[in-house]
Design a binder for this molecule. Structure first.
Ligand SMILES: NC(=O)c1ccc[n+]([C@@H]2O[C@H](COP(=O)([O-])OP(=O)(O)OC[C@H]3O[C@@H](n4cnc5c(N)ncnc54)[C@H](OP(=O)(O)O)[C@@H]3O)[C@@H](O)[C@H]2O)c1
Length: 216
């Protein structure tokens, strides 16, 4: 069963689409004492301990400072090699929470020593997780982290209708987190209300290029 920590907009929206896609999902808050209050249909309300000890993969849908604080404690050591998906975006925090040249994903990965940390789902807006088509193609979902931890995340992304793309090691979180900020700026500038996505794909091969026009 998959686990999600954080029952705000992102955690609840992800739980909803995962459950709808037939992925058994447990949802909890980061507060030890109570399970998520109002989980979406077909999603299991759980405590933080349930999720930390009994689900795989576990996805962090918390404000970055809360997420890094959580995995800096015992929660960061209990993974036994399970997969931790970091969906946070430190770029939206009021204060600078990540030193220049680093990323939230790298900080989460180095704190969560008991887990294999994969950065994913930070570039898709909570309100439009079900909208996975863009310009006649499929929305790209960048995935960064250790090679042996990525296949299950690719599987999840595919089940939700995204096209996962391997963007390298966890250090690629730097670009993924910057991309999320850029997308939010464009969304605001063009009044898209978060209805924004990216597609990274090979260009069509055109038989007639500029040079051919000139020569021909
Ligand atoms: N929203 C999006 O479109 C989107 C998309 C991609 C990635 N993300 C990332 O996902 C993460 C969550 O975003 P969100 O939009 O879901 O935020 P949100 O709606 O504000 O939800 C945040 C969650 O974190 C919990 N939380 C906040 N402070 C806490 C604390 N001190 N201790 C324990 N729990 C605490 C809240 O629990 P309580 O309600 O119990 O306080 C809530 O469940 C962020 O890192 C964000 O950048 C968001």
């Amino acid at each position: 069963m998959m686990g999600i920590i954080g029952a705000g907009r992102m955690g609840t929206a992800l739980a909803r689409v995962l459950a709808a896609a037939g992925v058994p999902t447990a949802l909890c808050t980061a507060r030890c004492d109570r399970p998520a209050a109002d989980p979406p249909p077909d999603c299991t309300p759980a405590t933080l301990d349930d999720v930390l000890w009994h689900t795989d993969p576990v996805l962090l849908a918390l404000p970055f400072p809360v997420a890094v604080g959580l995995v800096s404690g015992p929660a960061g050591r209990c993974g036994d090699g399970r997969i931790l998906i970091d969906a946070t975006n430190p770029g939206f925090c009021r204060d600078r929470v990540v030193p220049p040249g680093l990323s939230g994903g790298e900080l989460i990965a180095s704190a969560a020593t008991g887990w294999r940390t994969v950065k994913a789902f930070n570039t898709v807006p909570a309100e439009h997780l079900a909208a996975t088509r863009i310009g006649g193609g499929t929305v790209t979902l960048p995935v960064a982290g250790p090679a042996d931890a990525k296949p299950p995340v690719f599987d999840l992304a595919g089940r939700l209708g995204f096209e996962p793309v391997d963007v390298g090691g966890i250090e690629s979180s730097r670009e993924m987190e910057a991309l999320a900020v850029l997308m939010a700026r464009v969304s605001a500038a063009y009044d898209l209300h978060g209805r924004i996505g990216i597609r990274i794909a090979e260009l069509d091969r055109s038989p007639v290029g500029r040079g051919a026009d000139v020569a021909g």
